[in-house]
Design a protein around this ligand. Structure first.
Ligand SMILES: NC(=O)c1ccc[n+]([C@@H]2O[C@H](COP(=O)([O-])OP(=O)(O)OC[C@H]3O[C@@H](n4cnc5c(N)ncnc54)[C@H](O)[C@@H]3O)[C@@H](O)[C@H]2O)c1
Ligand SMILES: O=C(O)C(=O)C[C@]1(C(=O)O)C=C[C@@H](O)C=C1
Length: 284
């Protein structure tokens, strides 16, 4: 029987747990700062047990999954470094950043514990285990960031436990992970949030703005409805990458402004046409 401890029973942790429950010999115990989350997760069959004393359960677990916002994940890893975990236990997380987390993992490694970072590249603007789905990660990329100390057997063990997510696993260096997700996930989020704030200013002056919102606004801003706690933490942990990307973004906007000022038909066409060609080449 494999004992799993899930810390942070939310959308992502809950979805991983639901997929793992397809395996017969797994018992999932859940711990969350919000007891009401645990009660709901137990009633939905996402977890088998509600944990009150997290240290006791961590010390019994074969697999510990950290499903908390990334700053909380680091704080919890500091506690785990002090606890007397099983020798073979594997700790993983689902956080959207990896460099700071793998830095914190050095302390775990020093105390002889095994931490393999994880990040499934699928999600939603909805939060909480109430929205968890066993098929959320089907066909999605699932990044694993092993450390220098991780053995092939440990990586295989974790991949086996997570196999019912039906995700496509890929191992990556933490720094590269943060650069790539900065471009494809974190910068788009900043842009969506800032766009919504700009629209709000106009909507406050003219109520028609709100009434005219349609598919275009919905598609480019859906993610602005995501958890502010989650995005506050991601922005802080991937700050350097985001600052560089925002410099590029401001240059890009400067170029758009110049294109409009010039209003050259061909140049404007090429700008949109190049964007369409690249967007159409990405299958999601
Ligand atoms: N939402 C997405 O699209 C998405 C996708 C991939 C990865 N992630 C990552 O997954 C993690 C969780 O995100 P989510 O969308 O599931 O958020 P969520 O809000 O649905 O779940 C987080 C859970 O952690 C709990 N929690 C917070 N602090 C805690 C603490 N100190 N101890 C115990 N529990 C605590 C909350 O009560 C909540 O139930 C984040 O690190 C996020 O970066 C999110
Ligand atoms: O679909 C969404 O709502 C998401 O924002 C999911 C999304 C993303 O695609 O950028 C957001 C953060 C995660 O770390 C992984 C996936």
């Amino acid at each position: 029987m494999t004992k799993v401890l899930l810390v942070g029973v939310g959308l992502i942790g809950g979805s991983v747990a639901l997929s793992m429950k397809k395996q017969q010999d797994i018992v999932i115990a859940g711990y969350d700062i919000h007891t009401s989350n645990l009660e709901m997760a137990k009633s939905k069959g996402i977890i088998d047990e509600m944990v009150l004393d997290v240290q006791i359960e961590a010390e019994r677990a074969d697999l510990i999954i950290l499903g908390t916002p990334v700053e909380q994940t680091i704080q919890f890893m500091e506690k785990l470094a002090e606890w007397d975990l099983k020798d073979q236990a594997i700790i993983t997380d689902v956080g959207s950043t990896k460099w700071s987390i793998m830095k914190a993992a050095e302390r775990l490694n020093e105390s002889g514990k095994t931490f393999i970072g994880g990040h499934p590249m699928a999600g939603s603007h909805e939060s909480g285990a109430v929205h968890a789905r066993a098929d959320l990660f089907r066909g999605a990329r699932y990044v694993l960031t092993p450390s220098a100390e991780t053995t092939v057997a440990q990586l295989e063990m974790l991949t086996k436990w997570l196999s019912d997510t039906e995700a496509n696993f890929i191992t990556m260096d933490a720094k590269e992970h943060d650069q790539v997700t900065g471009v494809i996930s974190h910068l788009p989020h900043m842009i969506a949030a800032s766009l919504v704030r700009q629209v709000e200013e106009h909507a406050n002056k003219n109520n028609l703005v709100r009434q005219m919102a349609a598919g275009g606004f919905r598609d480019i801003t859906r993610i602005a409805s995501s958890s502010p706690v989650m995005w506050r933490d991601i922005s802080r942990q991937n700050r350097e990458t985001l600052l560089d990307l925002l410099e590029d973004w401001m240059k890009e906007m400067q170029q758009v402004k110049q294109l409009l000022e010039k209003s050259d038909q061909q140049e404007l066409y090429t700008y949109f046409s190049d964007a369409k060609t690249f967007r159409d080449s990405i299958c999601i």
